[in-house]
Design a binder for this molecule. Sequence first.
Ligand code: SF4
Length: 451
Amino acid sequence: MVTRTQLTRLGLFDAKVPRYTSYPTAPHFGSDVGPERFAQWIEALPEDGNISLYLHVPFCRRLCWFCACRTQGTATAAPVAAYVQVLKDELALLRRHLPRGVRLSRLHWGGGTPTLLTPDLMTDLIGAIREVAEFAEGAEFSVEIDPNEVDEARLDALAAGGMNRASIGVQDFDDQIQETIGRPQGYEITRDAVEMIRARGVQSLNADILFGLPHQSRARITETVQKLLTLDPDRVALYGYAHVPWMAKRQQMIPSDALPTPQERLDLFDTARRLFLWDGYSEIGIDHFAVPGDGLSVAQSEGRLRRNFQGYTDDTEQALIGLGASSISRFPQGYAQNASGTSAYTAAVRDGRFATSRGHAFAGEDLLRARLIEMVMCDFRIDAAEIRRDYGLSREVLRGMLEDVDRAFDGLLDISDHGLFIPPEARPLTRMIARAFDAYDLSKAGHSSAI
Ligand code: SF4
């Protein structure tokens, strides 16, 4: 049994820890990866293989105060139309370097607000993507949808283009919380958006909600989860609100004294978690829930759950290519990130170059540690046989690594020749346990609370 006193002593309520959507994490990317290296990594992909493609749209109609995404507010369509043209130019560049016969197993539009595009722009962009690569059989095309910024015509355009998955942002249904975080979005608006999305045959719907918001209480998060469950999402991401006003200036609008304490955050998470489990959802990794039969549930039960920049995924492709300002790509050789600012990104692409501004080429123990961290984050266990087989570690060396980590956590973990296992009661510590396998200096980056 792990007590709150133990969690406190181990530093759970004070620790700042990465979310580990990559390893090394983005603050450790450097300028040694540029457009040439990015092009080489694309050219090295196998012919006739599958890739995943991510497109980033860094515009929103309004800027919600809680949101730390790098995105620009726009009241007019012109900047979005201009940006789509640059994306199409970047797609044309990609086409020149992509080996023959490559197909898309996943296409994801994220942001920002991809549904800011007009129906014509959406159709145009989908056409440009299909000129680069056709969808593979069973491909998934998912779009992040803002319920405040969508209508029948835009959903028709997305459905005609093959959208079969969608993700909506909810955060919390409580009026006072919505007002405090600068994101008004009534239950009816969300429900209508869900109905419109489902009416177009979208098979899988994800909803994002947040715990740790100002004025959030056990009763309020209970009501939000109960309302959300009436919408029958297939997946739910229950993220912790990260209050980092020194990095995300908009968050200065949010009164710090209305935020729950770290101990209350754990309680809010537990409250929501229990409601999802009671309703039959499976727990996926540290912060997702999915109905049985959903791709994430199946991937978890089959040991195929992975972690990428969108969080948990059942996507096991070797290459994820990110296009658009600030997008990150992952290749077997490393990560490459586009220039974050829209103007620097646009200037590079208009100049006929990829906009890669930084990244990381895997070296030394990077891939070993990346997999150890991914196993901890996805499976709450480390499979020693897989690690020894894939990374050539001796039984003794691996055992020594795992025992060192166990010692740092008061012996709360189960260590054996089979590997490491995090018992359920120690799982609030999962990100901290993942950090114990991270060899980079984490002191320079501003990470979010461990809970
Ligand atoms: S929450 Fe969504 S709509 Fe609001 S600022 Fe962030 S990306 Fe834009």
